[in-house]
Design a protein around this ligand. Structure first.
Ligand SMILES: Nc1nc2c(ncn2[C@@H]2O[C@H](COP(=O)(O)OP(=O)(O)OP(=O)(O)O)[C@@H](O)[C@H]2O)c(=O)[nH]1
Ligand SMILES: [Mg+2]
Length: 328
């Protein structure tokens, strides 16, 4: 008998407690990992990463329509390249908009996506609320397509919004597991609704996020509206995040950090850090440390980042500015 975990979609098995899908009995609905996540908030020590290429291939083979999620803190080349790999009719769902400071208009971000990345598909902005669930439902009902695939970047909030939709529709479906860790959903998860519509949750696509222990990833996950942290960096000072990531500039410039309030940058004047990645900033840019947050750098300078790999960092032409400039 094959049975899937209702929390993450993985095939359940009773043979090997070190492998995914393990459960003590096939009578259980959730695998041990989901059980521990849901009841004890226990992530274990390792993140299980899924094969993103295989996920995209399966979506391109099966899905009649794709709602593709990228959260607002991960809009850059690598994640948008995944969106472009989806060859089926699709909509871009920009999620977690509740974390954005209020003064940043969504229309500006939509325009930036169209201009910088030639996005021609419809763009929806959502967060994990009843209003967004209703907005998604309204959009999906007008499409008259089933099954509908919820795909996209890991941790973007796909399963959370699906849970919200189930709640709004008063469906008696089991709770899909959600967590701060990447790849909480491990396999394709079929969710039949009572109106015959079928929704499919899918494993999130992995990007080059800054890989650290699970406690760091937990702290980096932004849960509340961001209060940007402003710094006036002088060449002799260095910003230090949890003694892991360091940032400095070659001249006095204001820079603003958008990231989790569970972690704070501190100014230091010395570090053992020997090798730095250097970025020449010529115009207003957002410098992403993937999976952690981004700096808004408005003035030309050379920004140096230590403690991260090259693939963990990416720069985009700033979509901030305007009203937001005033608070810097
Ligand atoms: N601030 C904020 N956090 C959210 C929102 N939606 C989900 N989250 C949080 O983001 C984290 C990831 O949510 P999931 O729903 O597990 O994300 P996912 O896209 O299903 O992730 P994978 O299964 O790994 O692909 C959890 O900690 C959620 O509580 C949102 O709208 N706003
Ligand atoms: Mg999920």
């Amino acid at each position: 008998m094959t049975k899937r975990c209702v929390g993450c979609g993985v095939l359940l098995q009773v043979d090997d407690s070190t492998k995914k899908g393990f459960t003590k009995s096939l009578d259980m609905d959730y695998c041990m990992r989901c059980f521990r996540l849901n009841h004890y908030h226990d992530y274990g020590t390792n993140v299980i990463e899924v094969d993103s290429a295989k996920v995209i291939q399966k979506i391109n083979e099966e899905a009649p329509f794709v709602c593709f999620f990228i959260d607002i803190l991960n809009l850059y080349d690598e994640t948008i390249a995944y969106f472009k790999q989806i060859k089926k009719p699709k909509v871009l769902v920009v999620s977690k908009i509740d974390v954005l400071p209020r003064e940043i208009p969504l229309t500006k971000i939509a325009h930036w996506l169209e201009q910088e990345y030639q996005i021609t598909e419809k763009i929806l902005f959502v967060q994990n609320t009843k209003t967004s669930a209703l907005k998604m439902l309204d959009f999906l009902e007008r499409k008259h397509i089933s099954p509908l695939y919820f795909a996209g970047i890991t941790n973007a909030g796909k399963s959370s919004l699906l849970n919200r939709i189930l709640q709004v529709c008063e469906e008696k479906q089991p709770f899909i597991t959600v967590s701060e860790m990447p790849n909480t959903t491990l396999d394709f998860l079929k969710i039949p609704l009572s109106n015959q519509q079928v929704l499919i949750d899918t494993p999130g696509l992995i990007y080059s996020y800054y890989k650290e222990d699970t406690s760091f990833l937990y702290k980096a996950n932004v849960t509340k509206r961001i209060l940007p942290q402003s710094f006036y960096l002088k060449p002799e000072s260095i910003l230090n995040l949890e003694n892991k990531i360091f940032v400095k500039t070659n001249q006095q410039v204001p820079i603003v950090w958008f990231g989790s309030d569970k972690m704070k940058w501190q100014k230091v004047y010395k570090t053992e850090m020997a090798s730095w990645l250097q970025y020449e900033i010529k115009e207003a840019m957002q410098v992403f440390i993937k999976g952690v947050g981004f700096f808004y750098v408005k003035k030309p300078c050379v920004l140096s980042i230590g403690g991260v790999l090259k693939e963990n960092v990416t720069l985009v032409k700033a979509f901030l500015g305007g009203n937001n400039d005033e608070q810097n």
